[in-house]
Design a protein around this ligand. Structure first.
Ligand SMILES: Nc1ncnc2c1ncn2[C@@H]1O[C@H](COP(=O)(O)OP(=O)(O)OP(=O)(O)O)[C@@H](O)[C@H]1O
Length: 385
């Protein structure tokens, strides 16, 4: 985008709504420190993706993030935002162009929520009408009412304050958002809600996001890609959550992602991602011989009884098919059903809770979609490739 190679500091940069970010052999050593906080760190984040930096305490996550908006300057290597080195940008200008959300959000206590959200537009000299329009739009985007805009930060809950922080960071439509443990101080239930809301928001705004956390579960949930850092700010692995869980690069990563990495992988996939067992429906009134023959052909011990609208109403063990047409009276009631949105992990729990019997999956309109068995779920756990 910018092919100049002069060492001069550039003026404001006209970014697209999301820009790619690249760390190129980045090194950083704090003055007087015996060893670097960041050591030869390279990775690239495509525009519009969430990259999570995760790792143990002191592995350099916050340092890496602060190098991007030049709150700290790097010692070697380079960081490119939209192909342009951040070293060539004026720090103050760069910071206005990058959204920044931190744990203790740092809202101005004597300004209203609306005034807080308007901080960057004001710095950029937007007129009053444009600013007010943007503030209204952003409050709505993060799920806050216009009325809340008139309150002061102390009059909001922790979760609401965090939403204001996200709105403020988004105000000038930045091509990149830096989020440092943004939900770290929030209780687990509200934290999950904020994570879900942010993912929904991200599906609309598609910003490039660098997200720091020390919580591997949060990393797996939020990241399109995850950079695992180890002591000394070295990159242990850079991969998608599924790759990381399926094929950890070494012992350190395997330990960091946890012994339950197989189960964690199951939360990433949904029943809609796998091929279900088909052809198991028996309609009320079907001749017993026909139903028995179908079950034998499929190697099934039971069929799913469906009504005229193809909706499952019970499960019928083949042993009970003794001459009479298929009837719901002979069937066991359905203890649970799943949908295509059910995670493989939840499906596994349901299968196990039902004595390892295949689980009935229904479409959104209630029709039978198919069955999922323990074998199908464990097949999905095989490493890719
Ligand atoms: N201002 C500083 N001066 C000197 N050393 C620092 C400074 N800030 C951080 N460090 C050191 O740099 C290393 C990386 O710190 P950093 O805060 O980036 O790690 P982190 O992974 O974000 O840790 P945490 O999860 O605990 O927040 C650590 O060894 C830390 O002690």
């Amino acid at each position: 985008m910018n092919s100049e190679t002069t060492a001069q500091i550039e003026g404001p940069h006209a970014y697209p709504s999301a820009a790619p970010l690249e760390f190129q052999n980045v090194g950083m050593r704090y003055p007087g420190a015996a060893r670097p906080a960041i050591d030869d760190l390279s990775f690239a984040v495509p525009a519009g993706e969430i990259c999570v930096l995760v790792g143990p305490s002191g592995s350099g996550k916050t340092t890496a993030m602060r190098l991007v908006n030049r709150m700290i300057d790097l010692t070697s290597g380079d960081i490119l935002l939209d192909g342009v080195s951040v070293s060539r940008r004026k720090p103050a200008e760069l910071r206005r162009e990058i959204g920044y959300v931190i744990q203790q959000i740092g809202l101005f206590p004597h300004q209203t929520v609306a005034q807080n959200v308007a901080t960057v537009p004001k710095l950029l000299g937007w007129d009053k009408e444009r600013t007010q329009r943007r503030v209204r739009e952003l409050l709505e985007l993060v799920g806050l009412t216009t009325e809340m805009g008139e309150r002061y930060p102390a009059q909001l809950s922790g979760g609401q304050r965090q939403r204001v922080g996200v709105a403020r960071a988004l105000a000038a439509d930045p091509p990149l958002m830096l989020m440092d443990e943004p939900f770290g101080a929030i209780d687990p239930i509200n934290r999950e809600r904020l994570q879900d809301e942010f993912l929904r928001l991200q599906s609309e705004i598609r910003k490039t996001v660098v997200f720091v956390t020390h919580d591997i579960d949060e990393a797996i949930k939020m990241g399109d890609r995850i950079a695992i850092l180890r002591e000394g700010g070295r990159l242990a692995q850079y991969a998608t959550p599924d790759e990381l869980l399926a094929s950890p690069a070494d012992e350190f990563v395997a330990k960091f992602v946890g012994a339950d990495r197989g189960l964690k992988r199951l939360t990433l996939s949904h029943l809609g991602d796998i091929e279900l067992i088909d052809g198991m429906a028996a309609h009320v009134g079907d001749p017993a011989a026909e139903a028995r023959e179908r079950a034998e052909r499929l190697g099934a011990h039971e069929l799913v009884v469906v009504d005229g609208g193809e909706q499952p109403i019970g499960r019928l063990p083949v042993a009970r098919l003794n001459g009479q047409p298929v009837s719901v009276d002979d069937a066991d009631p359905l203890s649970a059903t799943a949908s295509r949105q059910t995670s493989l992990r939840d499906a596994l729990s349901l299968v196990v809770a039902d004595g390892n019997r295949p689980l009935v999956v229904v479409e959104d309109d209630g029709r039978l979609a198919g069955l999922v068995s323990l074998e199908l779920i464990s097949d999905a756990l095989r490493p890719p490739g």
